[in-house]
Design a protein around this ligand. Structure first.
Ligand code: 13P
Ligand code: SF4
Length: 305
């Protein structure tokens, strides 16, 4: 049952022909009123396909909204809270990428979509947690500068013969650092028939212990299609909210219940309503940076499709 605020948002959304895109880590009450919920790659693709609306309310962190703005220069992309930033994306300024390129002129630059537009503009191609390996394997170069997430770099390194050089050498996500093997061992002992799913932003030892390493979108498909009944989930808590809502017959357990991305939670129903009413805050990317980063995003989308 939707509450009064949610109903008000849905009515206003119709009136203004707006749509709401939400990342899998948004609060349940925002997921319930979203037109589309997805992982970073799914949101990128959705953003490139939007035709039916000129007003897009983007409930996700800064780099995701920027990506939507880059792919939709003719639309108004609105973020309900401007302070919703991904700390990991801020760990790799464009200047660091330029410096690394000078040190390794023979390397290709693959950047995780969790980067700011200025850094994206310096990349040859982007990747997300669901296609990182495929993207790296698609390139002719043997040497790859890869950033900013060290754990995702480590995952790629383990699965390719290419020379992966992480930039910076210590980029991480504070949420996925919260998982540890001891918690997983305890849960596996309690639920031996479960599948443990871990995000590639988790530490390497957590990835090694997990049964599957998947993006948030990959986790959604795995749970929906697996004959198993119990799943232990190593990613942000509100993916579990979505998994439970869409798989009511399955037991979905968090690998760590306090793994909360506070930055994602800055968006609230009140702020979403205000953002549709006022059409603020508009996300813009300077033209030259948008053009350059668009090429790297589109290259990734073509490798992924
Ligand atoms: P996904 O691409 O799996 O949605 O991950 C995005 C993210 O920010 C993970 O922390
Ligand atoms: Fe960034 Fe981590 Fe939050 Fe994802 S979970 S948006 S990587 S801080």
């Amino acid at each position: 049952m939707l509450n009064e605020l949610q109903k008000k948002i849905i009515n206003l959304k119709k009136e203004k022909n707006a749509i709401i895109l939400a990342h899998n880590y948004q609060k349940g009450e925002i997921q319930e009123i979203a037109d589309f919920i997805g992982d970073s790659l799914e949101l990128c693709i959705k953003a490139s396909e939007i035709v039916e609306s000129d007003l897009v309310i983007f409930c996700g962190v800064d780099f995701m909204a920027e990506t939507a703005a880059i792919l939709n220069p003719d639309k108004k992309i609105i973020i309900p809270d401007l302070e919703s930033e991904c700390p990991m994306a801020h760990m790799l300024p464009a200047s660091e990428v330029i410096k690394a390129k000078k040190q390794h002129p023979d390397a290709a630059v693959v950047l995780y979509v969790n980067t700011l537009a200025e850094a994206k503009a310096e990349a040859d191609i982007l990747c997300t947690s669901s296609n990182a390996l495929k993207v790296v394997e698609s390139l002719p170069q043997e040497k790859i500068l890869f950033g900013p997430d060290n754990n995702l770099a480590c995952y790629v390194k383990k699965n390719t013969d290419k020379n992966i050089i992480p930039i910076p050498d210590n980029g991480y996500c504070y949420v996925h650092k919260m998982f540890n093997v001891a918690d997983l061992m305890f849960l596996k002992e309690k639920y031996p028939d479960s599948d443990i799913l871990a995000h590639p932003e988790c530490d390497p030892e957590v990835q090694d212990y997990a049964d599957y390493i998947l993006s948030t979108g990959g986790m959604m498909s795995h749970v929906a299609n697996s004959p198993k009944k119990t799943f232990i989930i190593g990613t942000e808590i509100d993916l579990i909210t979505r998994l439970r809502r869409e798989n009511p017959d399955k037991r979905i357990l968090p690998a760590y219940a306090d793994a909360i991305c506070e930055n994602m939670k800055l968006h609230t129903l009140e702020k979403v309503l205000k953002s549709i009413e006022t059409e603020e805050y508009v996300v813009t990317v300077p033209e030259e940076i948008a053009q350059k980063s668009k090429k790297a995003i589109e290259r990734m989308i073509s490798v992924s499709s």
